[in-house]
Design a protein around this ligand. Sequence first.
Ligand code: GLN
Length: 339
Amino acid sequence: MPSPEVRRRLQQQLEELLARCEEEPAGAVEHYYASGRGYYPPSEAGAERDHFGVCITTVDGATFAAGDAELEFPLQSLSKVFTYALALADHGRQRVAQHVGVEPSGEAFNSIRFDERQNRPYNPMVNAGALATSALVAGHDHEEKLARILDTLRAFAGRDDLAVDPAVFDAELATDDHNRATAYLMRSLGMFDGAVESVLSLYLMQCSVTVTCRDLALMGATLASGYTNPATGERVLPQRRVRDVLSVMHTCGMYNYAGQWAVEIGVPAKSGVSGGIIAAIPGKMGIGVYSPGLDVYGNSVRGIQVFEDLSERLGLHVFATEEEDTMLAPARAASEALP
Ligand code: GLN
């Protein structure tokens, strides 16, 4: 555990960071997303324009939160990380690889272009890939599969009451012709068999689970500590394939911005259209950020700003040397005591 003095300084740093990022960069927000309504322009945004929260949980369970860290929002694409983890735990790497690859697609998250040579979606972090991992989740029937996905999310978040928001789910299902079409196309290509509507519903159910930044930080910390939840002490998944999950987050988690993210921020992360970003810094911490203003890629604008700032100040880039970190951020005394 960081000492009280380090904790105090980190808390202060986080609040200062929030204040720095609060100023919205002119023109950077392209749109907002709401279930059922789809994308809408910044001129139509209401209170969501100001929603902004950040939370960090270290692998030994210390938590630092600032802003709207308790505000609930749908997981959306952030859920893809956990369903991939579950599919890997259920079937192992080889079987999963028959259905979904690990290559960045360079395409938008809802692209219907597939890896034609292998006849599978490029990776589990785009919609087609998440439909494939949803279809892979073990269970006798739809109900059992859904229960296993929800139990997994709950174990990562250390919260038994994590649940699907039925209004979000209904709105997504009613307006989701694009993913429905993607799923039918995938089945016609032999990428999975079985009931398309059930797979689509499993996918949209996981997207509609609501969380807070605080939950995201703990879920990230659980990924960062080899699937052991630092708050509950539970090993949440039996099979140690966490490095596969982190690697795919690192290369594919930020849609077609993933390459630039890997260079500039350099941490495994995943974003979703509701404006959340989750990151896992192996052996160190989980980070959750929420701010619904999105850029052209569908990533949270302020979320990216927060990570640019945090990565530099805390020296988080996975490939930075100690020397480089010190050069880039000479005053990172507070983080030095972190695990
Ligand atoms: N439910 C959304 C979709 O499938 C989630 C996508 C996202 O967060 N990028 O289109």
